[in-house]
Every structure is written in structure tokens, then in C-alpha cells.
Design a binder for this molecule. Sequence first.
Ligand code: 5GP
Length: 190
Amino acid sequence: MKLLKDKILKEGKVLSDTVLKVDSFLNHQIDPLLMKEIGDEFANRYTDEIITKILTIESSGIAPATMLGLTIGAPVVFARKRKSLTLSSNLYSSKVHSFTKNETNEISVSKDFLSADDNVLIIDDFLANGEAIKGLLDIAGQAGANVIGVGIVIEKGFQQGGALLREQGIRIESLANIKSLENGQVEFFE
Ligand code: 5GP
């Protein structure tokens, strides 16, 4: 997606050979017009599928997932990283190791919002080692839901997550796929 790649080249900050910071439009400040384009692009890529629910993880998956939900008219459920007084039972849960924070979180979704009747599209901001997506797939599996695919805003194709998931036959659509962050430069796969 050219608009997204141009934005990454203009505003992305390469923090190391493995980490890209995009807090001016996705991870802290949000660019709503770009998010709307991203939502439309996910809708186009999965136009052949009937999606009854969009599943993502807080916090940075919520903006692109919501824009997709607006475009296709489907509700968005986000897995929560912390339990609360209002979310403590009747849950599907899975453990996710965070690539950027180097910590393991239990993520949870209320059983009220995901069921065996759902056709689910999973959305997230980044795909690195695939841990977040594996956790969301686990949760969808516990619900007995049918996962039709995954939509990723920025895949780091030099890390293993995308290959591992595709090997399992999971459809992954990423809107920008990074080949390398070496020497402080962002290089994309064609
Ligand atoms: P994975 O679970 O695939 O290893 O990592 C994906 C998760 O880690 C995403 O939800 C994202 O929040 C975070 N993440 C991974 N790599 C990056 C990165 O280079 N930059 C940013 N901002 N977040 C990342």
C-alpha cells in the first residue's frame, strides 16, 4: 500500500535492526485519514469473505480494526491485556510474549463477544515473531470460531512470524512488508 509505505519512509524511526517506531501515526498519535485508507484496503483484500467479527489486541490494533469495522459494518472485539473488575470471568484467555516489551501477558476476551457462529478476521499493527497473532488464533479456536485470515498493517518479513503462520495455511495480508531495517534504513519487499 503506497500511501502507508510513503508514510513509513517519511515518519518512521528505525530504533534498531529489528524495531521500527511509528508513533506519529499508528502507535501513539493516530492519523485517522490514513487509518480509514488502511481499513478500506483490508476490506478490499478480503472482499471475497463474509466477516462477522473483527478480532484485535489492545491498544494499537484498535484503530485500524475499527476503521475496517466501519467500512464493512462488522463489530470489533479487542483482546485485553489486563483483567479488571468488569472482565474477570467467563473469558477465553491465552499467553502472549511481547516482542517489544520482553514480557508475557495473559490476553483475554469475554465469551459474550466471540462464538462458534463467527467468521473472524484478525487485525494487528505489527507482525514480528507472530506471538500476538498466535494468541488471538488460540482465543478464536477456544470459541470455535472460523478464522478466515489475518490483516497486518506492518509486517517485518525478516522475522519469522509471517512464514510460520503461512506454513500453517493461514491467509495473511500485510499492507507493508519490511525486508530490512539495517543501517537505519527501511527497505520493503516488492
Ligand atoms: P509479535 O507478537 O508478532 O512478535 O509482535 C507483534 C507485536 O509486537 C505487535 O502487536 C506490536 O505491538 C509489537 N511490535 C513488534 N515489532 C514492533 C516494531 O518494530 N515496532 C512497534 N512499534 N511495535 C512492534
